[in-house]
Design a protein around this ligand. Structure first.
Ligand code: C5P
Length: 227
């Protein structure tokens, strides 16, 4: 029987989870699953179709109609919503905010968790999100919880957007991140929180290389043969 390895990376927005997870996926030859992109895709679908998420029937049928898959193209990860590449469309500010709103709905979470387990099934995988170590894979082999101060996360997101040529405002980004932190950690279902057995890493003063090395050291200390 083949044994698979599951690595969970949770933490607040812009704490470096996805950058770190992608590098580790590459280094250890793992499948990478960006679970936040899936909530964003649901938000985009509802927004594009003008579906009110409070309308239970409409929401239920929307969740049945939504198909999500990922593909690596020329080294970067793309998300497809009903066979359409929506990788850029899901990153616009109003979809970012809406993703946090739809992520509060129990039915949405149940469907996403089901899909995440299906996609990850049978693979060595690294997932990043908010509830991976607490709900999606509570028995994950490794759990990390990345944090960083609000100011440093806002600055990182600002620089990221700036480098992509997107016009943005640092103080507005900071306000939006603080709102999402609050909304994601206060919701009733699967709130953002550190799993009791997760290793917490404060990345405020760490470079991406240092974050990656810290995590790899923990993993290779027990599975040295994998690297
Ligand atoms: O990680 P990202 O910022 O792309 O996530 C977008 C939103 O999706 C988060 O603000 C959060 O509300 C939601 N999310 C979640 N559970 C996950 C991943 C993301 O609730 N596992």
């Amino acid at each position: 029987m083949s044994v698979t390895m599951i690595i969970a990376i949770d933490g607040p927005a812009a704490s470096g989870k996805s950058t770190t997870a992608k590098i580790i996926a590459d280094r250890l030859d793992l499948l990478y699953l960006d679970t936040g992109a899936m909530y964003r895709a649901v938000a985009l679908y509802l927004s594009a179709k003008g579906i009110d998420s409070a309308d239970e029937n409409a929401l239920r049928s929307a969740l049945e109609d939504i198909d999500i898959y990922f593909q690596q193209i020329d080294g970067s990860y793309h998300i497809f919503l009903n066979a359409v590449d929506v990788s850029s469309d899901i990153r616009v500010p109003h979809i970012t905010k809406m993703s946090s709103e739809v992520a509060c709905i129990r039915e949405v979470r149940e469907r996403m968790v089901e899909m995440q387990r299906e996609i990850a099934g049978g693979h060595d995988v690294i997932l990043d999100g908010r509830d991976i170590g607490t709900v999606v894979f509570p028995n994950a082999d490794y759990k990390f919880y990345l944090t960083a101060s609000l100011d440093s996360r806002a600055l990182r997101r600002f620089k990221e957007q700036h480098e992509k040529g997107i016009d943005c405002d640092l103080s507005e980004i900071r306000v939006q991140l603080a709102w999402r932190d609050e909304n994601d950690s206060q919701r009733a279902f699967a709130p953002l929180k550190k799993a009791d057995d997760a290793i917490e890493i404060d990345t405020t003063h760490l470079s991406i290389d240092q974050q990656v090395e810290g995590i790899l050291q923990v993993i290779t200390a027990t599975t040295g043969e994998r690297q």
